[in-house]
Ligand binder design. Structure first.
Ligand code: 5GP
Ligand code: MG
Ligand code: MG
Length: 183
């Protein structure tokens, strides 16, 4: 694979950089209203959420703290392993804090429901979830996602933080990969 031509592997662009920025701006406005007068700690889920955090946080015209967690629920391919592990925990004590977990995509919802339960047990003032993308399966989960960018079809997407075998995160757009990439 030629890393200089990473864009050529996308067959279908679902969301362009401009569309993503516009949607994040709308989400940021809602978040700003909902957290008015409250301190806010954004928890980014590594590594996929790096782009969302960077752009969402800069869309917020207010003070915000950012911390990171790394959890693993997927293997190196496209299928969920069904197992969640903490690879990196928060550096912040979230007791009494308003926490907003930000992720780039919810598929089965397994990762975020586990994370929600885990962070809730630490005594925060509140915990909510924001995600840029959500797949159909996640809507059957009992997890309430307060902020959703878009609901998308059940396709494997890459770009804007989303990887396939750790590649494609650095694409500005979000799209699906050409079949030749998988073979
Ligand atoms: P869940 O636990 O909700 O099934 O999976 C969440 C994680 O799986 C996401 O944070 C992401 O890392 C990965 N994932 C789920 N769907 C996709 C997808 O379509 N593309 C990519 N690149 N990763 C996905
Ligand atoms: Mg993620
Ligand atoms: Mg991944």
């Amino acid at each position: 694979m030629d890393a200089e031509h990473v864009k050529d592997d996308l067959v279908d662009i679902l969301f362009t950089e401009a569309q993503i920025q516009e949607r994040l701006g709308e989400m940021a406005q809602r978040i700003q209203q909902d957290y008015e007068g409250k301190d806010l700690l954004i928890v980014g889920v590594l590594r996929g959420a790096i782009m969302v955090i960077a752009d969402l946080a800069r869309s917020l015209g207010r003070h915000v703290e950012i911390d990171w967690m790394a959890v693993s629920s997927y293997g190196s391919g496209t299928k969920s392993s069904g197992v969640v592990r903490i690879l990196k925990d928060l550096d912040t004590d979230i007791e009494g804090r308003h926490v907003l977990i930000v992720d780039e995509i919810i598929d089965t919802g397994l990762t975020l429901s586990w994370l929600l339960a885990n962070l809730s047990s630490r005594g925060p003032a509140s915990v909510e979830i924001a995600t840029l993308l959500r797949k159909p399966e996640a809507q059957q989960m009992p997890v309430e996602v307060k902020y959703v960018g878009w609901d998308i079809p059940n396709e494997f997407v890459v770009g804007y933080g989303l990887d396939y075998r750790e590649r494609y995160r650095n694409l500005r757009d979000i799209g699906t990969l050409a079949p030749h990439v998988y073979s």
